[in-house]
Design a protein around this ligand. Sequence first.
Ligand code: NOJ
Length: 533
Amino acid sequence: MQFPDVAWWQKGVLYEIYPRSFQDSNGDGIGDIEGIRRRLDYLVWLGIDAVWLTPIYRSPMADGGYDISDYRDIDPIFGAGPGFDRLLTEAHSRGLKVILDFVPNHTSDQHVWFIESRSSRDNPRRDWYLWHDPAPDGGPPNNWRSNFGGSGWEYDATTGQYYYHAFLREQPDLNWRNPEVRKAMYEVLRFWLHRGVDGFRVDVLWLLIKDDRFRDNPANRAWQPNQPDVDRLLQRYSADRPEIHDVVAEIRNVLDEYPDRVFIGEVYLPVNRLVSYYGRDMKGAHLPFNFQLIFATWAAAEIKRITEEYEAALPNGAAPSWVLGNHDQKRIATRVGASGARVAAMLLLTLRGTPTIYYGDELGLTDVPIPPKVVQDRWEKNEPGFSRGRDPARTPMPWDHSMNAGFTTGTPWLPLNDDYQIRNVTACLADQGSILNLYRRLIGLRRTYPELCFGRFATVYADPDLLAFERSHGDVRWLIVLNFAHEQRQFHLPPGSPSALVVLSTCLDRENEHVRVALQLRESEGLILKLLP
Ligand code: NOJ
């Protein structure tokens, strides 16, 4: 099989960087753009194709930059001036693409649009946000909750109305039914596309359009007190409204004005709804992020079910997506343990579809406990005591064993992993058996063998603790067998395949082992095999 002539994002590996935590270059304890530029060679070494940077725009940082006060400017903490263009040029010269975050659902309350909008009821920008009269009892206009806890409505005494915010009160939602809002936001996209960025990850894409009548959401009868406050209600009227698909198509049209740009959508919905974001006639998001691996119970049968269900639900010609972690979720090594994280890496990089790696997962980083005094995440502060906080998965990248792990010469904005003396890039590089070297090998295989990217995907019968699947094209057949048990397991090669060659083990020590009829997997071991004719 040859690599088909498809868009770069269909054959590439994406890598998410949380810029505050990647590399600090000026000693303020916060990662910045210049820091990312200095680490480009590491990303090239790792073998990824594109970086997605979470927001770097001007922001009061109430929600880690997802509260933007100027969409066309970069926040001084990330470095002003020509730094971004330099990053773009140098990334491109190394063959790396740069994807930015686009946050269309809400602005910061410090954005000039909102300052104008809230100034009076007849301000020309009043309708750019979602303003409503109080309910007859003076309370909020309806029962919608904020994703970060509490009512989604904030009363504004100056004009005697409430505005809606799906997240913090400092993040008022834009009114996407207003054509001027759409126009202004599409101009923002063009501004960055013209500057040369390779695409966008669009924040909370499924939330942009709300019910036109602002009906109350129904109660979620399955809600338990340990679940987030927002889940008390089913988001029937505040999310995934039918009109969203007009917006999705329009965003895609803007991206299509420029060659070779990618449109990734953040969509947390069940698979049957998720796939609708590929758009009518596939003219929507190129890659609606598929987060199922994040929420899956870590068991072979469950992962098998998920992969089969997703493959079956994908529209014809849709590019699949798989995501193992991101800046909003617990890290994979915390969810499934150290050896599980290796199996997960093999899974991510052998499934059919574009994989997204979260920075630091390639080192097996775990969530870092954050002392209450230094908690940054407002969600944690709003709903304390439930481990809602996202800081533990956003801690600085450990580069070496020097002070502050080579991340900063100052005081890191969040604590480092306490095992950074041994769990850091330099140490993992030197250790041939490290998870970092496993990631690199897996990415390398994917880049070398097109069947691992594009081959047919089919699960194969196996012991209940094993997930086995083939990736094949014509006579070339790869077999991936992953042992989810903490004990040895045996696997019988599929009928008609008397022997196979081990190409890679998650333990990085069984290459070229010749297997006949059956093979023995060690506890939590994954294997990539080439079936021999
Ligand atoms: C999703 C982002 O990933 C998350 O970090 C942020 O808090 C919300 N959207 C609001 O923008």
